[in-house]
Design a protein. Structure first.
Length: 140
């Protein structure tokens, strides 16, 4: 995604300053990261952790690719997912934000560039997920 974003800088659709304002709003967290706020006394904000499970999510798009080996579909599916989940946030980095006159073109070109890059070298995606069960403490 980042390489595709930089390609839009290279072709002049967006400026480097705009790209620097764009953040991909995802991050994988480890178990220690997730429990850190609770370490002092086992509680945080009236909540206590009952259970934490960190695991790798299923890359359904990769499994579909393994069945049909259609690299174009693989790239297109991941790019479409990213378009829906991340691109609107990236578009906020444009000078005019989501209402910038280039926003539609930006999203379309980013999706096409990302799909092409993924299709050229398909590989499974790491999808770090966590399941946390919190218990709300009753006031004494």
């Amino acid at each position: 995604m980042y390489a595709a974003l930089l390609s839009l800088v290279d072709n002049g659709l967006i400026r480097a300053e705009e790209a620097r304002r764009m953040a991909i709003p995802t991050v994988g967290r480890s178990r220690p990261d997730l429990v850190a706020p609770f370490l002092e006394n086992g509680r945080y904000g009236g909540l206590a952790i009952e259970h934490v499970d960190v695991f790798e999510g299923d890359d359904f798009i990769w499994r579909q690719f393994e069945q049909g080996h259609d690299a174009g579909k693989f790239g297109a599916r991941w790019a479409a997912f990213s378009r829906a989940s991340v691109f609107p946030t990236l578009a906020l980095g444009l000078d005019g934000g989501a209402s910038d006159a280039r926003a539609v073109t930006f999203v379309e070109m980013l999706e096409a560039a990302m799909a092409a890059r993924l299709a050229a070298a398909p590989e499974p995606m790491l999808i770090p997920l966590a399941r946390i069960v919190l218990v709300k403490e009753e006031p004494c």
